[in-house]
Design a binder for this molecule. Structure first.
Ligand SMILES: [Zn+2]
Ligand SMILES: [Zn+2]
Length: 366
């Protein structure tokens, strides 16, 4: 099992954002691959840890579910780890930085945040729909090779007729009455600092200042409709029991804002013969005493077809045979191994004939 993000950064689970930042700064300088004695693998690990723990939403998600995989919302790419890249910061080059870990974050964003580049300082957040979480049961074999699941979810979705605008397609526009066509609404609020004026985008016209004169017939102007939607969830090969896949923007829709996310928690069933140990599959095989003494061949039913296994002469109880590349797919071109744990079966009863033969063996000192 992988170390927790907290362990990677050497901090407590209760660490404050400041402590997280400090710990990461130390680790990033220590492990940066451009430095002497740097360690690219460690650097990636601490970067991933920081990317998640420095983001309130992702941190809460991590605390609740552990590592979350980015599923393809609406058919996008499977993961965008190290996305953006952001070129160089302090002469550090993040391009060409290895394959995705399956966890999504944007290094460029981390470092611009870290070294004080200004980010768009939007203070008022747009509305966001609720997140939805569902559970999916998965047979063991499908968890090993990955699969696709279609799930039917009852939720509020963006209206497909008006694409969320609430306006009848093609209807003429008129000035928004709520904001008098300004697109913005100013509000004076009293606070401990005195009267504060805030400006927010008008919800009715979504900041455009204009509204349709006729409402969409399908959603009656709501922009969203409640109903059932089929969602395709791509489950990556080698997913562990309890891991979670996030599908961006596949949660509840809300008018004039962004949709929430859909979290799919995967429950992997047990297999009667196989277990998963990181990228390896492990199984037990009982061979006859004579096979162990003389060597033999056994046909084994792996998850993806039969394999002929050579039992070497003199194999011992508990020894492990390794069949390369028949374990869990790690990438398109790489698989873990199948490990076959050998036990030697002893007969419950010996026939007269067999007993005689064993007596002979005994004389041989076996
Ligand atoms: Zn509509
Ligand atoms: Zn308006």
């Amino acid at each position: 099992m992988q170390k927790s993000y907290y362990d990677l950064l050497g901090i407590e689970k209760s660490a404050s954002p400041d402590e997280i930042k400090k710990a990461f700064r130390v680790m990033a300088h220590k492990f940066h691959p451009d430095k002497k004695g740097g360690d690219e693998k460690r650097f990636k690990e601490v970067s991933e840890a920081y990317a998640v723990l420095s983001d309130d939403k992702k941190r809460a998600e991590y605390d609740a579910y552990g590592r979350v995989f980015s599923g393809a919302g609406g058919g996008g790419g499977a993961s965008s780890a190290y996305g953006g890249g952001g070129g160089s910061t302090e002469g550090w080059d993040f391009n060409g930085f290895g394959q995705g870990t399956g966890v999504e974050f944007d290094l460029g964003e981390i470092f611009s945040d870290f070294f004080g580049n200004t980010r768009a300082g939007g203070t008022s957040r747009p509305a966001r729909g609720r997140d939805i979480s569902i559970d999916v049961e998965l047979p063991f074999t499908e968890s090993i090779f990955g699969t696709e699941r279609r799930v039917l979810i009852a939720k509020t979705s963006t209206c497909k007729t008006c694409h969320g605008s609430g306006a009848k397609p093609g209807s003429p526009l008129s000035t928004c009455k709520t904001c008098n066509g300004k697109g913005k609404i100013r509000e004076n609020r009293r606070s401990i600092f005195g009267s504060v004026q805030t400006v927010r985008a008008c919800e009715d016209c979504r900041g455009s200042g204009q509204v349709a004169s006729e409402s969409c017939a399908h959603c009656r102007g709501a922009g969203v409709v409640r109903g059932q939607e089929e969602v395709v969830v791509r489950i990556p090969a080698g997913i562990e029991n309890g891991e979670v896949i996030r599908l961006n923007a596949m949660g509840e829709a809300v008018k004039g804002g962004s949709s929430g996310d859909l979290y799919v928690k995967v429950h992997v069933g047990k297999h009667p013969f196989f277990r998963k140990e990181s990228s390896n599959l492990v199984m037990d095989l009982t061979v006859k005493l004579s096979s162990a003494l003389l060597g033999d061949e056994y046909t084994v039913k792996a998850l993806d077809g039969e394999i002929i296994v050579k039992i070497p002469q003199g194999i011992r109880h508990g020894e492990i045979l390794r069949v390369r590349e028949r374990g869990v797919p790690v990438s398109q071109h790489e698989r873990g191994d199948l490990l076959i744990k050998i036990s030697i079966g002893l007969p419950n009863k010996l026939s007269k004939e067999a007993k005689k033969l064993v007596e002979e063996l005994k004389k041989e000192g076996i």
